[in-house]
Design a protein around this ligand. Structure first.
Ligand code: ZN
Length: 394
């Protein structure tokens, strides 16, 4: 079987790389993936799969039914691009002005199509079902495309028992990384408005200074991380934007602030909005100001299922070698809407190394110079194929 899988990956890899370069030339934003989903559906229909389109608006699903009844595993790729002007000099660079596949989702989509091609040729050896899920709008925080696919029933008929996804990552080509438990952060936003009243700067007693109050609020917010979060856990509160005041000699009557919160632990997630509200409201009150606070939840914490992570790590070791599987110690501080799946079914999300001599200065995602070493594509296909087969046939 191992030789057969190797042979099938070799057989399809040139077509998959060509497919990836085509997607890379025509990037589309979240929920606008018209061409991308049509291309995916067209390719899936050539395989012996049940294909559904328009799931979660632009999503595409291919269902492979194996030789016998059994469990169902969902393999997910995201399809959307970013509003960036590509600055690489690749022969297949973006032809859509102002848009670029700068997060590698073209690579994820191609890897999943490759896995679908390989697995459909060995379906007589598979027990159970595989759902190939091509998801729109991963970048569209705080809503994201995953929740719309779930609302449209992607986890039912047949009912999904486990889900798997990967992301190209700043790890050496040939390696994959994963960890049990939290692997990507909960990423929320805060909007604060502090209102006082104006007066001449030389007569502070006649006004209420929103800038002084905001200074205390920003300082006090930092005590949440230092005084309310368990020192063995971590969190981030950053006020990244602040606007207030009109003139050097006028007491400012309004300040608005925006910030982001990153969380890696469900207990911290419960406490965070409450403490932020309390601090902003009570510091404002103490200093005579009024305030408005809005806490907008983004993607939830992405936590890998512990037992399944152990199983998938073993499949990955079998696929790409013992030394190439890195068990990470810490999660990453980015957000990822695959968490919508991990909240419902046992799931594993892993990082696919893509850094080589070819791109070592150009491997930052969400950057207009990103170049992905395509050598990661066959590795990603192999990782998905082995993990799916081992899950279903054990
Ligand atoms: Zn991404």
């Amino acid at each position: 079987m191992k030789d057969k899988l190797e042979h099938l990956i070799d057989k399809h890899i040139m077509d998959i790389i060509e497919f990836r370069r085509d997607l890379h030339q025509y990037p589309e934003l979240g929920m606008e993936e018209v061409r991308t989903s049509a291309r995916v559906a067209e390719e899936l229909k050539k395989l012996d799969l049940e294909v559904q389109t328009g799931i979660g608006k632009m999503g595409v699903v291919g269902l492979l039914k194996g030789n016998t009844d059994g469990r169902t595993i969902l393999l997910r790729a995201d399809m959307d691009a970013l509003p960036l002007e590509e600055e690489t000099d690749l022969s297949f660079k973006s032809k859509n002005p102002g848009l670029m596949h700068a997060c590698g989702h073209d690579v994820h989509t191609s890897i999943l199509l490759g896995a679908a091609k390989v697995l459909s040729e060995v379906k007589e050896h598979i027990n159970g079902n595989i759902k190939f899920v091509f998801q729109p709008a991963e970048e569209a925080s705080p809503t994201g495309g995953a929740r719309y696919m779930i609302e449209d029933g992607v986890l039912e008929n047949p009912k999904v028992d486990a889900a798997l996804a990967l992301h190209v990552w700043n790890l050496p080509l040939g390696k994959v990384g994963l960890k049990p438990g939290p692997i990507m952060a909960q990423s929320d936003r805060i909007f604060i408005k502090v209102k006082g009243s104006s007066s001449h700067a030389s007569q502070p007693q006649n006004g209420i200074d929103a800038i002084v109050a905001s200074g205390y609020i920003i300082t006090a917010l930092q005590t949440i991380v230092s005084r309310n979060v368990d020192p063995m856990e971590s969190a981030v509160i950053t006020i990244g934007k602040i606007n207030g005041g009109t003139r050097y000699n006028v007491i400012s009557d309004t300040v608005s602030m925006e910030g982001t919160v990153r969380i890696f632990d469900p207990k911290v997630a419960d406490m965070m909005p409450k403490r932020i509200m309390e601090i902003v409201k009570n510091v404002s009150l103490a200093l005579g100001c009024e305030c408005e606070v809005e806490y907008v939840k983004g993607y939830s914490l992405l936590a890998n299922d512990e037992k399944l992570t152990f199983e998938v790590a073993n499949s990955l070791r079998e696929a790409i070698g013992e030394d190439n599987v890195i068990i990470a110690e810490k999660p990453a501080s980015g957000g990822e809407d695959f968490s919508a799946f991990t909240n419902i079914v046992p799931s594993v999300y892993f990082w696919l190394g893509m850094v080589s001599e070819l791109n070592k200065d150009k491997c930052t995602i969400h950057n207009p110079n990103l170049i992905v070493d395509e050598g990661c594509i066959p590795i990603g296909i192999k990782a998905m194929v082995y993990s799916a087969i081992n899950f279903l046939n054990k």
